[in-house]
Design a protein around this ligand. Structure first.
Ligand SMILES: NC(=O)c1ccc[n+]([C@@H]2O[C@H](COP(=O)([O-])OP(=O)(O)OC[C@H]3O[C@@H](n4cnc5c(N)ncnc54)[C@H](O)[C@@H]3O)[C@@H](O)[C@H]2O)c1
Length: 337
């Protein structure tokens, strides 16, 4: 059992990590009340059922999976289910799924009766290592990702490594790209250890160390006024690739390719070796013009200057302003020849 305490003033909470913890979640969370268990169609149903069975009164809500399911409609449906089942301010929401379920369910919890308690039970590598920690919630709207949402910290995050066994290898590695990102920007020793591991090794010890990096970052900068922006390393170009690759690549795969063009040559060589080991892409097939336009209109951009993260040395970062022309040149470096 591992416990990581997140000390955000006024919103402290524990991240509990243990094999099989799902089966005793009733001991971990206050489930002696109504619990809305939110999951999606792609998450094995048994996980939500295991959680629901331990609550005094549970309702399971299944949203559509994927980015298309991350909508105000899904948010509204969750409000309706809570209303129909007479949820009060003392009841709670539990997300059982990946980042999509977590983001929508947390947003719903943050708004119902102006905020009821929320537990996150992430079931993908990406959500365990990244999205379940730090309190960003939201849905996509008007064609823009995560544009409507709130900051709302969970009461607890419950991580059961066993749930990753049903996740396909591509999804596992996709999430691990975010752990590689955290090591590359904040922790040279973790990056060295990832370099030394075999691709088939248990990812969990590395995931736990990456979670601790995320904890430190969100403790220092809860609302992304500064340091938290470093977690966007690889995401600026990655976003351009994601919207212009015709849906062929997953988010973490785009971030992986996006990172390669944002570091010093020696760092790029070492990163490339790690990405190849895990089967993550160093380059990608995408529409350059479309990607360049998306990057310069990115909401993270500020007028004609694009704020981006550059890694001069493993375990460090620089915040750099990039012109749209430079962004295009860097995207060209990633374009598969
Ligand atoms: N809130 C944040 O800070 C934050 C940070 C990073 C990403 N995100 C968001 O996270 C989302 C991506 O999350 P994701 O990568 O987890 O994707 P996801 O939630 O879409 O899950 C990926 C797929 O795996 C399935 N799945 C989930 N758990 C499973 C399991 N244990 N076994 C088998 N299948 C399973 C899902 O049904 C889905 O089809 C994006 O919407 C992104 O914006 C949020």
């Amino acid at each position: 059992m591992e416990t990581i305490r997140v000390n955000i003033p006024g919103h402290e909470y524990d991240i509990r990590i243990e094999r099989g913890i799902l089966k005793k979640i009733g001991e971990e969370c206050d489930f002696n009340r109504r619990v809305l268990v939110v999951t999606d169609k792609g998450v094995p149903r048994e996980y939500a059922e295991t959680v629901a069975a331990q609550a005094k009164q549970a309702v399971i809500a299944v949203i559509d999976g994927g980015e298309e399911g991350k909508t105000l409609d899904a948010f509204a449906r969750l409000q309706q289910v809570m209303l129909d089942n007479s949820f009060s301010r003392k009841d709670c929401v539990a997300a059982v799924g990946g980042g999509v379920v977590g983001d929508v369910a947390a947003f719903a919890a943050s708004c119902y009766m102006r905020g009821i308690q929320f537990y996150n039970i992430p079931t993908t590598v990406l959500s365990q290592v990244d999205s379940s920690i730090g309190g960003k919630t939201g849905v996509n709207f008007g064609g823009v990702k995560n544009i409507v949402g709130s900051f709302y910290q969970p009461s607890k995050v419950i991580i059961d490594p066993e749930v990753l066994s049903s996740l396909d290898r591509r999804q596992q590695v996709n999430g691990f790209a975010e752990a590689i990102k955290m090591a590359l920007t904040f922790d040279a020793k973790l990056f060295e250890d990832i370099e030394a591991m075999d691709a088939s090794d248990d990812m969990m010890p590395y995931i736990v160390r990456a979670i601790d990096i995320k904890r430190r970052v969100v403790e220092e900068d809860e609302k992304e006024a500064g340091l938290r922006k470093v977690l966007n390393f690889g995401h600026t170009l990655g976003h351009g690739i994601e919207v212009s690759c015709g849906g062929r690549l997953l988010h973490g795969e785009c971030v992986a390719a996006g990172m390669t063009a944002m570091c010093a040559p020696e760092v790029r060589d070492r990163l490339g070796a790690v990405l190849r080991k895990f089967g993550l892409p160093e380059s990608a097939d995408f529409d350059l013009e479309h990607a360049a336009a998306a990057v310069s209109h990115d909401k993270k951009g500020n007028g004609r200057v694009i704020s981006s993260i550059y890694v001069p040395e493993v375990g460090s970062f620089e915040i750099r302003d990039m012109s749209p022309e430079e962004a295009r040149e860097r995207l060209e470096l990633i374009l598969r020849k």
